[in-house]
Design a protein around this ligand. Structure first.
Ligand SMILES: *Cc1c(COP(=O)(O)O)cnc(C)c1O
Length: 360
């Protein structure tokens, strides 16, 4: 079988160039005589790998010096607990904006440790938009405000950073990190599971401002303290070594491509091909309010469950895989992360046009 166009929401495609380098280096990494998978995380050669990965991420995202970059485990879902355990410690309350299943989970986890307040929600319209926010809606006494920048399941995205005044903004960027430039200093903490837009599952990236580190609740397990990972440069215990190495290859690849400005330009053009088609098609329709559309996850429907199923089946047979929408919403969803080539989206749209003509 040839390589398919994989529209999975995560784990998802990686750049072919990166996979080839990883394959070449599999048995013998840079003359070390070992695979990265076999190396001690305390070795000099691994130290170089993790330090370089961190520096390249700093360069790509323009991360200021007063932020720590941490490579953690446990996925974004562990951050749902780590955030309140470490940050909900001054006034023991935090504000959450609910824009989908992931923010709901983050919200209920926070309620285990303090008082999380729902500031706004788009659940009334099955999360097909981002609520309008302004500073007056946030509690100035909150320890932080939490948002989900890109909503993987529903295909919405914040196109502006909410103004939270002096309250630190914490955001889950699992499904859009590295898709476009980010003004890191507008956030107190950015976290993301790697498996959507960065690298293999098993790595979680946290970018946290210095002053938010070191105030964890007493009950916080050691492994869930940002401080312990910051003090040990993400080497307190064995990190997900191989995953971090592949993330590092992706960072290098993005730098060589021209950085996040270039990546964003490609992503905008790529998403436009699909959205333009959805806007003109009489069979397929996008489900999200136009101004809040995601560049990464594009849900769409035909309005007929049987036709949806037929489409998904035929698409799969033609090498367009994982187009089924999330089980909670149905329909279709094309996840077109950084590594999805533009040709993949062009080919998908061609296939959709043909399907539409054949099923009139
Ligand atoms: C996938 C996803 C998660 C869950 O990530 P895990 O790494 O599986 O815990 C959380 N938030 C968002 C926005 C996601 O897309």
């Amino acid at each position: 079988m040839e390589r398919v166009y994989n529209f999975s929401a995560g784990p998802s495609m990686l750049p072919e160039k990166v996979l080839k380098i990883a394959a070449e280096q599999m048995l013998n990494y840079e003359d070390s005589g070992q695979s990265v998978m076999e190396m001690s995380h305390r070795s000099k050669v691994y130290d170089e790998i993790i330090k370089t990965a961190e520096q390249d991420l700093r360069d790509l995202m323009n991360i200021p010096d007063n932020y720590k970059v941490l490579f953690l485990q446990g996925g974004a879902s562990t951050q749902f607990a780590m955030v309140p355990l470490n940050l909900m410690t001054k006034n023991k309350k935090a504000d959450y904006v609910i824009t989908g299943q992931w923010s709901k989970k983050a919200f209920s986890e926070a309620n285990l440790y303090g008082q999380a307040r729902k500031v706004a929600s788009s659940e009334d319209k099955i999360f097909n938009y981002i609520p309008k926010l302004d500073k007056s809606m946030f509690d100035p006494e909150a320890d932080y405000v939490h948002t989900t920048t890109n909503n993987t399941i529903y295909g919405t995205k914040y196109h502006t950073v909410p103004d939270t005044g002096n309250v630190p903004l914490v955001t889950d960027m699992s499904s859009c990190i590295l898709s476009e430039p980010v003004d890191v200093k507008k956030y107190g903490l950015i976290y993301a599971g790697a498996q959507k837009n960065v690298g293999p599952a098993g790595v979680t990236i946290a970018i946290i401002r210095d002053d938010l580190i070191g105030n964890a609740m007493d009950i916080t397990p050691t492994m869930l303290k940002y401080q312990i990972h910051a003090d040990n440069d993400s080497l307190y215990n064995t990190p997900p070594c191989y995953g971090i190495y592949v993330c590092g290859l992706v960072f290098k690849y993005l730098k060589e491509l021209g950085g996040l400005e270039k990546m964003e330009q490609i992503n905008i053009e790529k998403a436009k091909i699909l959205y333009d088609f959805l806007d003109e098609s009489s069979m397929f329709k996008g489900t999200v309010v136009k101004e809040d559309r995601s560049l990464m996850n594009v849900p769409f429907i035909t309005g007929d469950d049987e036709l949806n199923a037929k489409f998904i089946k035929e698409a799969t047979a033609n090498g367009f895989v994982n187009l089924k929408g999330h089980r909670s919403v149905g329909g279709m969803r094309a996840s077109i992360y950084n590594a999805m080539p533009t040709e993949g989206v062009v080919a998908l749209v061609d296939f959709m046009k043909k399907f539409e003509a054949d099923n009139k």
